[in-house]
Design a protein around this ligand. Structure first.
Ligand code: ZN
Length: 307
């Protein structure tokens, strides 16, 4: 989707080494980061905003998901003892091979940047810059200030205040704002998808929803079916809970359920949200999924006052 194509124009003239893309969840920051990386490496005829051509060797490598000059760094969820205290972190082991004791990262930033670019410019995308640990950030600073072979850093964060000041001060900031409903509808049509009203409203301007349009639609249907089942018998409710367990997509189902509940009374919604939080916590703690979904369905029936 090219919802944020006009922002690419701002970055094509950008001579610095580091950009910090901020904006709400699923607004399309990662898609934009990929588009910037593609534009920086494209050797073909550009689009009106300087977008990558889509046809040159570099663009083909991007489309195949195997671009030699792109490195994506993501946080890992660390589990300390027991169920509690699971937290996300980008450890120093992501940056320096020698410090990756647990061998969690296949490619490390420092070693990645020692190699010359195959095309124009090596690009490191750091997803969740707010999860950069102090040690990892320190290891990055020199690379960000004087990147080997003109490499570029794209830091992505939802919460600017949570990003270490050393990173913020060395990056030019680009705010990625939600698009209008009309732009979302147009992008859906351009992608050959139906621009139904519910999907556009659910997207609320977030390009990230468009990329998963089919999954979002499926999740909305499941959520609605469960909601309807709650108003019938207990057995039907439990059957739907079982079906939901099999189809559960942690990326979209929670938000789809909340969307379906949005017209409920506030106290009902609050109780349903609590039940959903409990389900997600149970699933993260690897509790028995089938039991967790049954409990969830029963708590929903209570929340909405039927049964
Ligand atoms: Zn190209």
């Amino acid at each position: 989707m090219t919802l944020h194509a006009p922002l690419i124009e701002q970055t094509s003239a950008f001579g610095g080494n580091a950009l910090l893309l901020t904006g709400p969840a699923r607004v399309g920051k990662l898609e934009l980061a990929y588009a910037i990386a593609a534009a920086q490496n494209c050797s073909g005829a550009r689009g009106m905003y300087g977008e990558a051509c889509g046809n040159c060797p570099s663009c083909h490598a991007f489309a195949a998901g195997a671009h030699p000059d792109l490195l994506l760094v993501e946080p890992r969820t660390t589990t300390t003892t027991g169920k509690a205290a699971r937290r996300k972190l980008i450890p120093v082991g992501a940056i320096l091979e020698g410090r990756d004791k647990a061998r969690e990262y296949e490619t490390h930033v420092f070693e990645f940047l020692e190699v010359r670019p195959t095309f124009e410019r090596r690009v490191v995308i750091v997803v969740g810059a707010e999860y950069l640990g102090q040690e990892a950030a320190n290891a990055l600073l020199k690379l960000v200030e004087e990147p080997p072979h003109r490499a570029m850093f794209l830091f992505i964060a939802e919460d600017l205040k949570a990003v270490l000041p050393t990173i913020v001060s060395r990056s030019a900031r680009l705010n990625v704002a939600p698009a209008s409903d009309r732009e979302v509808a147009r992008a859906l049509v351009q992608a050959g998808l139906a621009a139904d009203e519910e999907l556009v409203a659910f997207a609320a301007g977030r390009a990230g929803v468009l990329g998963g349009a089919e999954q979002v639609r499926a999740a909305l249907n499941d959520a609605r079916e469960l909601d309807e089942a709650l108003q019938t018998g207990l057995l039907t409710t439990l059957e739907h809970a079982e079906a939901l367990e099999k189809r559960w997509d942690a990326a979209w189902h929670p938000e789809a359920l909340r969307w379906v509940w949005r017209t409920r009374l506030p106290h009902q919604r609050a109780r349903a949200d609590t039940a959903l939080d409990a389900l997600q916590t149970a699933l993260e703690a690897y509790a028995s999924p089938s039991l967790s979904f049954q409990v969830f369905a029963l708590r929903l029936r209570e929340a909405f006052g039927e049964g």
